[in-house]
Ligand binder design. Structure first.
Ligand code: NAD
Ligand code: UGA
Length: 465
């Protein structure tokens, strides 16, 4: 079966870039990305390619090449579903904020709404692909809804989790480590698996396209994120020991990373991991383990999150104690608000927690981030409900110029590893700050020796002073 027409429900960080790359690599397939959010779809259709809703290096060029030819963005969901042979579900699956499993389980209401809409709108057989990250066995719930509420047409359900990381999404999609496709064992299911594998085979080598059963595929996604986050929490735990003992966490990372069994990636100690998925997916895993009565398994993975919370709090506590136990009324500059470089995404960014802790101590914060909007920063803070929106606005200001953001401040903290921070004129920044001038580098980004020569008091994660 050759797929000619794809619909993707959800035009977010996964749906947008993934479908743009499929459209670019498969000029004979029509790809339409739909969303209920009109503003988001309008932004994807914007004439100004700087205004696309998601910033990812290389993405605007791909959208420019394919949009209007075989890539479309629309809010006409029913019509797009009906016309498609294959439908990707790429909607958000956040942590539940209510009811049973509150604060832990994945909220599947958007997934269920998609399934019901697909069932209602489909007048011909369809392949439905889970692209969103889902609890293991969600495919059976989707199948039950489709089969019981549809128009008598047949649905094949596949799991095809996405492993892209933000900031490198386009590169990850063009040259993935692997493509994972989970499907059932019946002949029809296997045909559906082949149809999806054929799409990827347009640019991904066949030996990198892995097929498994549906449950292995769903669970592999949660497992991959849990292992990645665990590495960050593990090295962050070591960073605290380094600070007490005079060891340097960068030297420790290098030394262990050269062991080919351990590997060198994902061993950068930091102020804590952020992003929309690590925490959400581990909490989801913990919930699944608990629901099967596997309490030791649940406790084991929960520790990864607890360590991450500790790392963020420890970072802001250290700032306060170093700044003579008070930051009340002091200007503190945040360089970076995004959860990592090269993205405008701020979900679960460590900067939010560090800011909240310092605002509780009555600090005056000034933020500069090259890609994050002013509105986003205030929304992130207001969402915590720690203080009123007006208070957040009066205590935290946002600067468009990094040098203005640093002027007259007592301390600068690096919360995102944006490359541009390395090439700033740190001498001139030093001159315009209060003395002693402190830098708290939450990303190990800057050169300790150079900064100390200028006169800064420099604190780095995982380096004893
Ligand atoms: P997102 O919030 O950026 O985008 C989801 C979109 O779905 C939103 O625009 C929302 O309006 C839309 N939507 C929700 N319900 C809808 C409905 N019923 N009909 C039409 N549109 C609807 O989310 P995201 O970051 O793209 O994540 C999507 C999924 O992919 C999640 O399960 C996430 O865990 C997973 N994932 C994310 C990443 C990442 O880097 N962000 C990577 C891999 C996997
Ligand atoms: C992560 C995974 O890397 C992707 O494979 C996965 O698809 C995605 O989650 C998802 O499911 O959403 P992402 O969150 O975009 O991708 O970015 P990462 O590069 O994994 O970084 C996550 C956080 O960990 C960032 O805050 C980053 O700064 C931090 N990190 C990462 C460290 O502190 N140290 C490291 O060594 C690596």
């Amino acid at each position: 079966m050759k797929i000619k027409n794809i619909c993707c429900i959800g035009a977010g960080y996964v749906g947008g870039p993934t479908m743009a790359v499929i459209a670019k690599q498969c000029p004979n397939i029509k790809v339409t990305v739909v969303d209920i959010n009109q503003a988001r779809i309008d932004a994807w259709n914007s004439d100004d390619f700087n205004k696309l809703p998601i910033f990812e290096p290389g993405l605007a060029e791909i959208v420019k090449e394919a949009r209007g030819k075989n890539l479309f963005f629309s809010t006409n969901i029913d019509k797009t579903i009906d016309e498609a042979d294959m439908i990707f579900i790429s909607v958000n699956t956040p942590t539940k904020t209510y009811g049973k499993g509150k604060g832990m389980a994945a909220d599947l209401k958007y997934i269920e709404l998609c399934a019901r809409q697909i069932a209602k709108a489909s007048k011909q057989n369809k392949i439905v692909v889970e692209k969103s990250t889902l609890p293991v066995r969600t495919a059976s719930a989707i199948k039950s809804i489709l089969d019981n509420t549809g128009n008598g047409v047949q649905f094949q359900i596949l799991s095809n989790p996405e492993f892209l990381a933000e900031g490198t999404a386009v590169q990850d999609l063009l040259d993935p480590d692997r493509i994972l496709i989970g499907g059932g064992s019946s002949e029809k299911d296997q045909k559906a698996v082949d149809a999806l594998a054929d799409i990827y085979a347009n640019w991904v080598p066949k030996d990198k396209i892995l097929t498994t059963n549906v449950w292995s595929s769903e669970l592999s996604k949660l497992t991959a994120n849990a292992f990645l986050a665990q590495r960050v929490s593990s090295i962050n735990a070591m960073s605290e020991i380094c600070e007490k003992t005079g060891a340097d966490v960068r030297e420790v990372s290098k030394a262990i990373g050269m062991d080919s069994r351990i590997g060198s990636k994902f061993l950068n100690a930091s102020v804590g991991f952020g992003g929309s998925c690590f925490q959400k997916d581990i909490l989801n895993l913990v919930y699944i383990a608990k629901s099967y009565g596997l309490n030791e398994v649940a406790d084991y993975w929960e520790q990864v999150i607890l360590m991450n919370e500790h790392q963020k709090n420890r970072f802001s506590d250290n700032m306060v104690s170093t700044l003579y136990n008070t930051v009340s009324g002091k200007k503190i500059t945040f360089l970076g608000w995004a959860f990592k470089k090269d993205t405008n995404d701020t979900r679960e960014s460590a900067a939010i927690k560090v800011a909240d802790n310092l605002l509780n101590e009555q600090a005056k914060i000034s933020v500069y981030d090259p890609k994050v909007s002013e509105e986003r920063i205030y929304t992130d803070l207001d969402y915590l409900n720690t203080r009123s929106s007006d208070e957040n606005k009066s205590l935290l200001t946002i600067n468009k110029d990094p040098y203005d953001a640093c002027k007259d401040s007592h301390a600068i903290t690096i919360l995102t590893e944006w490359d541009e921070f390395k090439s700033y004129d740190w001498k001139s920044i030093y001159k315009n700050m209060q003395k002693p001038a402190f830098v708290f580098d939450g990303r190990g980004l800057l050169n300790k020796k150079e900064l100390e020569e200028i006169g800064f008091v420099y604190y780095n994660i995982g380096t004893g002073n």
